[in-house]
Design a protein around this ligand. Sequence first.
Ligand SMILES: Nc1ncnc2c1ncn2[C@@H]1O[C@H](COP(=O)(O)OP(=O)(O)OP(=O)(O)O)[C@@H](O)[C@H]1O
Ligand SMILES: [Mg+2]
Length: 274
Amino acid sequence: MSKNRRNYGKMPLTKGIEMASVYSVKECGHRARHIVLSPENKMITGEFLRIIDMKDQFAVHDVPVPNKMMMFGPPGTGKTLTAFHLAHQLELPLVTVRLDALIHAHLGETGSNVRRIFEYARIEPCVLFMDEFDAVARTRDNNDEVKEMARVVNTLLQCLDEFPEHCIFIAATNLETELDNAIWRRFDTKMVYSNPAAELRLEYIRRLCGDFPSEPGLQEWASEKMEGCSYADLEQIILKAKRKAIIDNIPLSRLLIDLSIQEYRPYHLIAAQG
Ligand SMILES: Nc1ncnc2c1ncn2[C@@H]1O[C@H](COP(=O)(O)OP(=O)(O)OP(=O)(O)O)[C@@H](O)[C@H]1O
Ligand SMILES: [Mg+2]
């Protein structure tokens, strides 16, 4: 474990339970350094940060500042990365909840774990981040399998309502339609993520290639070739191609990108093949 990251278990409120990892402001900045946001999400995050920066003026007008953000969209599109980015911008540590540790075989325990983690965030200034939020915030309507889960959702609702303005809560999910309606409307800020369209794909490929020696026109070609890929796919494919280039001591080429796509097998291509 890096020295920047501590386990929740070692913190004052934990009572020995390891439910989260904490990332320092510096580590958050490092992780999010290549982030590419869509113009809409850039606007939303920019406004969110600006409002928090202007808190005092909002207090004068008795307008609450936003502090609960929900991010949804397919895998590998930058939801978790945005949490790192925001924590860095806010100069707060990021506390990411480990769901495997939070969800207990006895759901009563899960409820108290939820309370404990929110309690921690109230006391230690941080950005609290819950990934795969659907695991704890699933709709209560058709949740027959585990009636008890409805209680966890109720606990979560209470925690969200009591969450003070100076704390920031961020949740992310791929399954937004399965979230409980009451939970959904507790979030004042929502951000939609998707696989990058042509322009953002090219921007990200340019960042990934940096000044690595490449055939002329490679980045534009690669961007068209990798239509339908997520950011995470693009990163993995370009890294694979770079490794091949380094081994053979040659520039990045169309051939290396093609080989890397075949080896990496992006999900949308596999799905298309049936
Ligand atoms: N918008 C983006 N800008 C830059 N890099 C990105 C972006 N989205 C994804 N990546 C790259 O892919 C990796 C995985 O992204 P991230 O964990 O943010 O995806 P996610 O949307 O949270 O996915 P999941 O739904 O699977 O949790 C990142 O560490 C980063 O390297
Ligand atoms: Mg994620």
